[in-house]
Design a protein around this ligand. Structure first.
Ligand code: 6PG
Length: 486
């Protein structure tokens, strides 16, 4: 095999030539200055790619040795295989044929804690390991994704021009930045996906209300979304939702959305976001409801059993259709702001916990193009963090505070109306509750502290004195018998 090894002509290699891998390889090859080595576990995939894209000038390899030999030093390999054990297997192979200073980039949707573990292990060999979140689906991979690399600053020096050459471009700037060390890139990609889940659920709730309460057809709702896409809600997800709603099923002639089984799938990144946020103590309630809504939809037995239950619902008659549509739009926008605010809170908490210096404004910037949650209002997020890098909650930044305040009457009407009409709006409702909780002067958490101290002597703090207190609850409860446990 080694005798047929090509001369080291490639500046980057791709391992894993399924659709994301081959599209990224083609994207890389299409940019000036790049020569791309390619390797896949089964040769057939490599052969197909070579046959279909001779213009790419790929340097094919039949094994890892040949792959390494094709790469100029420092060697850079982008792994695009299914996240999990497959990634570990490829890393084990590459570590055998790479040398100190070389770079292994995992572009899959890896769990960030796996990336932290892998980075630590690979670093011991002197090889750099970079976990890079890549968003944009198949098309993004081919034409320009948003890229969120972690890993060492040393690896970034080599990677920067290569990744910048293939990333999406927003207002002249490539949608890639060094997010932070080790697992920071995959952490931020995970939060991106959590926000994606929330965004999708919110749009789905808006659709459901427009359909069931507003009486609009899928095609009419497509028109509404297309209209919304010209304003502050402008985003890829709103744009594609209009297209999905316009699609007619070839066999039945029905709107396609009506013949698609209403059970949402999930590959797990939304659940990871929520699990991680729970560990970090960050209330990502909008994202959590979006994950749970998919789980609920995928419980056919429970849903069938509950169908006979009474709803006690009232009729919701809309007298002014345009005003109702505007209420839904505002509720959607306000809830979306909450989802992003919660997502950025999780990024802040993660950065603190794992020791990453993540620039929030830069993250918003690299999400402006290429990725699934690309949206016009991301510029506002960048501006908010530029104006106040220590911003404690995105929703309190002037632009967002104004946008939410202006939407409040609509938001409340929609959430209350949906509750009365028996229409589930878990993400709209939880986002509003979160907002009300955040702005509350006083929360019933005081009572919870009392309960905890009552049954478990868990102690509480007071508003009028420093220290930690415990009450003898069995004593005369007409008088507070607080004792400082310090
Ligand atoms: C992206 C997407 C992509 C994918 C996720 C979510 O940024 O390109 O987030 O990673 O859509 O895998 O998929 P599920 O909805 O199946 O969890």
């Amino acid at each position: 095999m080694t005798s047929t090894a090509p001369a080291p002509t490639a500046n980057i290699g791709v391992v894993g030539l399924a659709v994301m891998g081959s599209n990224l390889a083609r994207n890389l090859a299409s940019r000036e200055g790049n020569t791309v080595a390619v390797y896949n576990r089964t040769w057939e995939k490599t052969e197909t790619l070579l046959a279909e894209h001779p213009e790419a000038g790929f340097v094919p390899a039949t094994d890892y040795k040949e792959f390494a030999a094709a790469l100029q030093k420092p060697r850079t390999a982008l792994i695009m295989v299914k996240a999990g054990r497959g990634t570990d297997a490829v890393i084990d192979e590459l570590v055998q044929v790479f040398e100190p200073g070389d770079i292994i980039v995992d572009g899959g949707n890896a769990l960030f804690t796996d990336t932290i573990r892998r980075e630590k292990a690979v670093r011991e060999t002197g090889i750099n390991f970079v976990g890079a979140g890549i968003s944009g689906g198949e098309e993004g991979a081919l034409l320009g994704p948003s890229i969120m690399p972690g890993g060492s600053a040393e690896a970034w020096v080599t990677l920067k021009p290569i990744l910048e050459s293939i990333a999406a471009v927003a207002e002249g700037e490539p949608c890639v930045t060094h997010v932070g060390t080790d697992g920071a890139g995959h952490f931020v990609k995970m939060i991106h996906n959590g926000i994606e889940y929330a965004d999708m659920q919110l749009i789905a709730e808006a659709y459901d209300l427009l359909r069931r309460v507003g009486g609009l057809s899928p095609a009419e709702i497509a028109d509404v979304f297309a209209e919304w896409n010209t304003g502050e809600l402008e985003s890829y997800l709103i744009e594609i939702t209009a297209e999905v709603l316009r699609q007619v099923d070839a066999t039945t002639g029905q709107p396609l959305v009506d013949v698609i089984l209403d059970q949402a799938g999930a590959k797990g990144t939304g659940a990871w976001t929520v699990q991680t946020a729970l560990d970090l103590g960050v209330p990502v309630s909008g994202i959590a409801e979006a994950v749970f809504a998919r789980s609920l939809s995928s419980k056919p037995a429970q849903r069938a059993a509950a169908q006979a239950l009474p709803g006690g619902a009232e009729n919701w008659t809309v007298s002014d259709r345009d005003a109702f549509i505007e209420d839904v739009r505002r509720a959607l926008y306000a809830s979306k702001i909450i989802a992003y605010s919660q997502g950025f809170d999780a990024i802040v908490a993660g950065a603190e916990e794992f020791g990453w210096e993540i620039k929030k404004g830069e993250i918003a910037k690299i999400w402006r193009a290429g990725c699934i949650i690309r949206a016009r209002f991301l510029n506002r997020i960048t501006e908010a963090y530029a104006a106040d890098p220590a911003l404690v909650a995105l929703v309190t930044a002037p632009y967002f505070a104004d946008a939410v305040s202006g939407s409040l009457p609509s938001w409340r009407r929609i959430v209350a109306g949906a509750a009365l009409a028996g229409i589930p709006t878990p993400a709209f409702a939880s986002s509003l509750s979160y907002f009300d909780g955040l702005r509350a002067d006083r929360l019933p958490a005081a009572l919870i502290q009392g309960q905890r101290d009552f049954f478990g002597a868990h102690t509480y703090k007071r508003i009028d004195r420093e220290g930690t207190f415990h009450t003898d609850w069995s004593g005369d409860r007409t008088e507070s018998v607080a004792e400082d446990t310090h």
